[in-house]
Structures are given as C-alpha cells and as structure tokens.
Design a protein around this ligand. Sequence first.
Ligand code: UGA
Length: 432
Amino acid sequence: MRIAVIGTGYVGLVSGICYAELGHSVVCVDKDPDKLATLQAGGIPIYEPGLKELSAKGVAAGRLRYTGDLAEAVRDAELVVIAVGTPPLPSGEADLVYIDAAALEIADSLRAGAIVAVKSTVPVGTNERVQGLIRTRTTVPFDSVSLPEFLREGSAIRDTLEPDRVVIGAESREAAEKLASLHRPLTRNILITDLRSAELLKYASNAFLATKISLINEIANICEKVGADVSQVAEGMGLDRRIGPAFLQAGIGYGGSCFPKDTRALIQIAGHVAYDFKLLRSVVEVNREQRLNVVRKLETIFDGELRGKTVAVWGLSFKPNTDDVRESPALEIMRRLTEAGARVRAYDPVAMPNFRKLFGDEGVDWCDAAEEAASGADALCLLTEWEEFAREDLHKLQTILKRPILIDGRNLFKEEDLKGTSFVYYSIGRPS
Ligand code: UGA
C-alpha cells in the first residue's frame, strides 16, 4: 500500500516506520524544519529503543522517506494517516487545530478512493468533523476511518508490530476490510466498529488503565497504615484473570503525554453531554496527590524542615526507556523540594536535557552519573525505575550518601537488595 503519514510525533513516526517494515511504501510528512532535517539525516527526534535502526532499514530499502511537502506525499497515497498532536487546552479538552489544518490541506491533494485514517487520540465526532472539512474542499470520493493507537513509549515498536488488538472504526465495510488486511499480519484480534465507538474506546482504555494505577496507589497508601505489603496484595489480585497482573505497580502515579491528557479530555467529553464522570475525576485527583507522597516522606524524616538539605533524585522521565518528561511526577516533586529550600542533585540516563528545558536550573545540580548525584546527599529519591538503578551497588551507595536514606518511589528494590546495608528505606505501600 502507498501510505502517507501526517505528523512525525511518537504515533506518526512509529506507525510510519513500522508500516515500511511490513513492506509498504511510506512517506512521513512533517512541517517542523528541524525535525525534518534530523529525520532526513538518519536521526530520530525522540528516544525510542530500536527506532533509529528500523527507520534506517526502511530508508535504505527505498520504502520510507521523510518530506515537508504534504501535497506531494498525499497525491499518490491510498491511505493517509493523520497523526498530528492534540495538545490539551487549558480546560483539558483536546485542541483540534492541527487536525483541522491537516484535514484541509489533505483535501487539496487527495486522490479518489483514498482512505483518510485518524490515528491521533481525538474526541468523539472528530472523524466526522475531518470528513466534513475535507468535503468543503473536494468532491473526490474517499473513506474516513478511525484507527486509534495503543502503543506505549519505550516499547513502541513491539507494541505496534505485535499489538494486543487493532481497532478500526469505519462507516464503509470496504475501507474497514482494506485496513483489516493491512493489519492482519500483526494480530488476529482486529475489531471493526463504528467511528464514534473507536474514538471513545481509546479514551476508555486509557481511563481504565489510569484507574487501575490510582486504585493500587490508594491500596498502597492503606497498606502503609495497616502494615500490609502492596506488592503481595497486587500479586494476589493479579492472579484473578478478571483483574490481571498488569498496571498494578504502585508508585508515585502516572505521568506522560497520554494518561494525564486523555483522562482530563474524557472528563470534558462527558461534561459536554452533561455527564459528570465522578470516578475518573477521583482517579485524576488521587494521581495528583500520589506524587506528593515522596515529599511528605522527606518532610517526616527531616521533621518538616527541608531547607538546607541536599536531596539526590534518580530518574526524571515519566517512565523508563524514554526521554519524555511531559507530566513526569519528578517535575512536581522537584518543584516542591526546591521551593521548600532543598538543593536537588538530579540524574537521568537520557531525559536530563528535556527536563532541564522545562524545569530550569533553580535549586538543581545536574549530574552526569547516578553516584555523582548521590554524593554527599542527605537522602536519595528514586523517581523512575531505570534498569541501571537496579544494578547499583547499595553497599557502596550508602557510603557515598551523607545519610543512608533511600526513598524508592517505584518500589524498585527488594528486601534482599538491602540486606546487610544500613539504609533507612521507604517505598510505596510496603513495610519500611
Ligand atoms: C499509555 C498506554 O499504556 C498506551 O496503551 C497508549 O497507547 C498510550 O498511553 C497513548 O495513549 O498514547 P504510555 O503513556 O507510553 O502509554 O506509558 P505507560 O506504560 O502506559 O505508563 C504510563 C504511566 O503510568 C507511567 O508514568 C508509568 O510509570 C505509570 N504506571 C504504569 C504506573 O505507575 N503503574 C503501573 O502499573 C503502570
């Protein structure tokens, strides 16, 4: 299939590269000259394991190219995938300016019989809106399809090439069948729905996963009070196939560009039809509170006085294996610490430059290695469970810190890791 992908953010880039990997002819379009220059020079503007190599493979095989010329890319395409950003407006609602602009521009070059698929996460009714906008500019026949994306950052290639399911929302049976054939090599779980259901089920899936996380975090908070261990509780819950073990990892809450944005957007979508999504509002509130858990623990340890203390922070990205710091819990935690007068010594294997751009330098020493950050600190907080932190020698670490205090915000370490050390160890929902 000849495919044009509009927008080379996470979703667009990974989808385009993976379609090329499947043997299709793909053109990825982006307006940002810097991004484009990076891509055309063989680079990748995001950190995603394996993506650069897969892109190079597609380009070398002549199946993948990057351009800034949308018209030229769309003119020949049998499938046009819209994967532009839908950033949140101050109300939490998704901003559709990029979607609208893409729709109008596509219309001018669309070939008859093409399929226009929206992969961006969009409010219910957006595919119909896109259809309407295209029809204001052209009379060529085309089909509209909603193709929600379920990949996770850090494991984007595997999630795309081996997805749990592919959802195709379509009005036309023929268009749905064409897209089903495109995705059949990836999974047998292909669900064809109407447009609106496909749009909603993407939000519903993220809302459900966010709810699982907030639920286990509240259970963890109760564990701390009653002397239970949330890891054991979660393990036992997860053995029930109706519950499942995934997304029951207690910690400092979810971040990233999806759960925070999509939960708020779904609350707005419900609000527009006069429905108060009480459960989801609580999920968001629990998550906002959960990240402060680490700060409260530090306050307890230091009798409410953080001024003059040095706190080492390990991990700044919202999860491991990504340089994405959007809505990372570390942002709020470090803001609270520095505002309270603590000095932070921060380290992350890849996300430091992005974090620094958002956070600024006030009150922070940026360190080149985990041990350097820990050196001379009054306490160490682990905020992202990068694998390299799990390999740290805790016996050595306790001699580097000024005080052997470790707050493990992701429950990365186990009891046996700490055996023989003098660490004062706090985690989330497990006995200290
Ligand atoms: C999430 C969904 O998992 C994807 O299916 C979806 O496609 C994507 O959003 C999206 O809408 O684009 P992502 O945000 O990349 O993917 O990462 P996740 O692995 O879902 O993690 C999200 C956050 O939840 C992270 O901050 C992570 O640390 C946290 N989390 C996850 C927990 O605190 N506990 C868990 O058990 C699992």
